[in-house]
Structures are given as structure tokens and as C-alpha cells.
Design a protein around this ligand. Structure first.
Ligand code: F6R
Length: 364
């Protein structure tokens, strides 16, 4: 059942090229995005003035990426909330808006309650859901299924990756119907999207390097992940993977925010992972890495092939293939998933069933 892998998590990590491929194939037909299965028409997309994304945990981290991509590419203002906050804060929902609930299980209690709140206010809802026929899928006006297949390991990997694809597709189609990108750019984005399965596979092929590094850092007390923009969102997910399965305290920080307090936690040898996939932000984050290095931090730099100047700053550099900057998360998350996984293995922990956690959180 684990297909020769030691854990479901490792199996599911390796299923990501296929899960991503299947999700793209479900909605990209003959070189164009086809949302007829979702029911999301071009007219609806065109009329959207605001999207509220609501989710929990890793799905919320997808929402963070989606905010950057939807705002930058499709010029749609996005607000993002944790479902457990949204449902209790009497949110003001603007007209011509859409509430988008992202959930692997489709059963997360707070996410379902957020969806119901939106329905009570007559705001259209879109569920991005993996489990067919789940509550969120049944109750949403539009359903965009992700095609990750069953996910067994408590820590999400392949569902997260397919949720990212779902949000890229909405952003690309939104940009097209709003006339923000021309045909050539649209084609180029879809072409690049289609290269992701192969590039994710390339990132997976470097796993021994992450295994070696993880075994070296298995006894770390604290780990910090820093980045800006999309790289901050990636940091959040990398940090959660580390905490939940490896029981290593870690924090993700917007790189520029560290100096407003948290930098006092950096000691000699503290591991700081700098995520650097966004060209315009590269130097800015490097300067934050230099700041922590001068306080004794040991630095891992995670970037795309070609950005070799990271080696001037980082003690250990990890590269993933180059891609369109909007899609960077899909590649940069791979070494971070592997790092969390291998730290957990090195510590002899129950990777697939970490303590205190359940696969589907149906309590409020
Ligand atoms: C982390 C993880 C959780 C879920 C969260 C939401 O690896 O799996 O943070 O992302 O509990 O679950 P769903 O997506 O089922 O609503």
C-alpha cells in the first residue's frame, strides 16, 4: 500500500508530479483553461471585484500564495483569512465578491462554517476541494476539484501542490478574461505550467542532499524560515512541515520583520533558511540573511538554478529549477517538505501520524 516507500508521506511527496499533472489536465484542454466542470464562467470571473480566501493550516498557506498571484496577475483584490477567524469576526463582504474556501478534506469544521456564513450572506462560494462529495464540495456554488488522489499522511504534500495549481489557473483565466494579459502571455503561462510536473520531479531527484542536511540538523532547537512576498508564503508552509512532523520549533517570518523583535532569538548556530525565488526581492532577503549571520546564524539559501550568488551569503545552498515567478512555490516547497520528512525520520518519529494531530479537523 505504501508502494515500496517507508512512509505514506514519502510516497505522497513522490506522487506530486502526477497529482499536479492530473490537476492541470483536468482543466487545461487544447491549450486553454476550461472551467465548465467547475461552472465558473468567464462572465463570473470578469465581474469579480474581490475574492475572500478562507482556509486553515496548509490550505491557508496556499491562500497566501494565491493572494500574491491573483492580485499581481489578475488585478483582483484578495483578502485572506483563517477560517477560525473569519467565521467569528462578522466580516464585511463587498458586492461582486466571491468567497473561496480551500480544503483538502472538505470537512474542516471552521472552513465549512466560513462557507455557510458566506452562503447566509448570499455571496457566491467556490470550494477548492480534494475529496469528492465532501461537505464543502456539496455546499459550494462552484467546485474546483483538485486531483491529488487520496492523501493518507496527516501532513499534506500533494494536496497542497494541487491546490496551488488550482489558484494559478484561476489567476491566469481571470487575467485573460479581464484583458490584463494578451494571448501570447496566456499561452506562455500555460506552457510553463505544463512544465511543472517535470520540474517537480527534478527537485525530487535531489532528495539525497536534503536527507544529508536534515540528518545534520535533526537536533536543532529552533529553525527560522524567512522570505518576502511569495517566498514568505513558502516559508510559512516549510515551517509548518517542520513543526508538525519533526517537533522542531520553527517560525516563518517576513524577512523584513525579523528585526522588529524576533531577531533576538538568533544565537550561535541557529539555522535560518532564506527562501529566494523572487528576483526583485533577492537582494533584500540576502541583506536580512547577512543580518542574522552576523548574530551567529547558520544559513541555508533556497533559490532557483542560476542564482549562484546566494553562495556568497549562505553556508548551504539548495537549488530548484527555474520557472515563472508566480509558480515558484510549486518547486521551492519540495526541498522543504523533504527536509521536514527527513528530520522526522532521523528522530525516529511517527511521520505519518504525528502526535496530537488528526487528518481531518472536524472540531471547532
Ligand atoms: C498540515 C495540514 C493541515 C491542513 C488543515 C486544513 O500539513 O495538513 O494544516 O492543511 O488542517 O485541512 P483541509 O485542507 O482538509 O481543510
Amino acid at each position: 500500500e505504501k508502494g515500496g516507500y517507508e512512509h505514506f508521506m514519502l510516497k505522497e511527496i513522490h506522487e506530486q508530479p502526477k497529482a499536479v499533472q492530473d490537476t492541470i489536465a483536468a482543466y487545461v484542454k487544447d491549450g486553454a483553461i476550461d472551467f465548465s466542470e467547475v461552472g465558473l464562467t468567464d462572465e463570473v470571473l470578469q465581474s469579480l471585484e474581490r475574492i475572500y480566501i478562507v482556509a486553515c493550516g496548509s490550505a491557508y498557506h496556499v491562500g497566501m500564495v494565491a493572494k500574491y498571484v491573483l492580485e499581481d496577475l489578475a488585478h483582483i483584490p484578495v483578502e485572506i483569512d483563517l477560517a477560525s477567524e473569519f467565521r467569528y469576526r462578522n466580516p464585511y463582504l463587498a458586492k461582486n465578491s466571491l468567497v473561496m474556501v480551500i480544503s483538502q478534506s472538505g470537512e474542516t469544521a471552521d472552513s465549512l462554517a466560513a462557507l455557510r456564513l458566506a452562503k447566509d450572506r448570499n455571496v457566491p462560494t467556490l470550494g477548492v476541494v480534494n475529496v469528492v462529495g465532501s461537505s464543502i464540495a456539496r455546499e459550494s456554488d462552484y467546485v474546483l476539484y483538485t486531483y491529488a488522489g487520496p492523501e493518507i499522511s496527516v501532513a499534506t504534500t500533494k494536496a497542497y501542490s494541487t491546490q496551488l495549481i488550482a489558484t494559478y489557473l484561476i489567476a491566469i483565466q481571470g487575467a485573460k478574461v479581464k484583458g490584463i494579459i494578451d494571448e501570447a502571455r496566456y499561452d506562455a503561462l500555460l506552457k510553463e505550467l505544463n512544465t511543472l510536473p517535470e520540474k517537480i520531479q527534478k527537485a525530487l531527484d535531489d532528495k539525497e542532499r536534503m536527507q544529508w542536511f536534515a540528518s545534520k540538523y535533526a537536533n536543532a532547537k529552533d529553525i527560522f524560515f524567512i522570505g518576502r512576498g511569495i517566498d514568505y508564503a513558502i516559508s510559512m508552509e516549510g515551517s509548518l512541515k517542520m513543526k508538525e512532523i519533526s517537533y522542531v520549533h520553527s517560525e516563518a517570518y517576513a524577512a523584513g520583520e525579523l528585526k522588529h523583535g524576533t531577531i533576538s532569538l538568533i544565537e550561535d548556530g541557529t539555522l535560518v533558511v532564506g527562501v529566494l525565488t523572487q528576483k526583485e526581492l533577492f537582494e533584500k532577503t540576502v541583506s536580512n540573511m547577512v543580518e542574522v549571520r552576523s548574530r551567529g546564524a547558520y544559513l541555508m539559501g533556497l533559490t532557483n538554478y542560476g542564482n549562484y550568488s546566494v553562495e556568497d551569503t549562505a553556508d548551504f545552498s539548495v537549488y530548484v529549477p527555474k520557472t515563472e515567478q508566480y509558480f515558484a512555490t510549486s518547486l521551492a516547497i519540495i526541498p522543504l517538505q523533504l527536509m521536514g520528512y527527513y528530520v522526522s525520520v532521523a528522530k525516529g518519529l511517527d511521520v505519518d501520524k504525528p502526535r496530537n494531530l488528526a487528518k481531518s479537523v472536524t472540531v471547532e
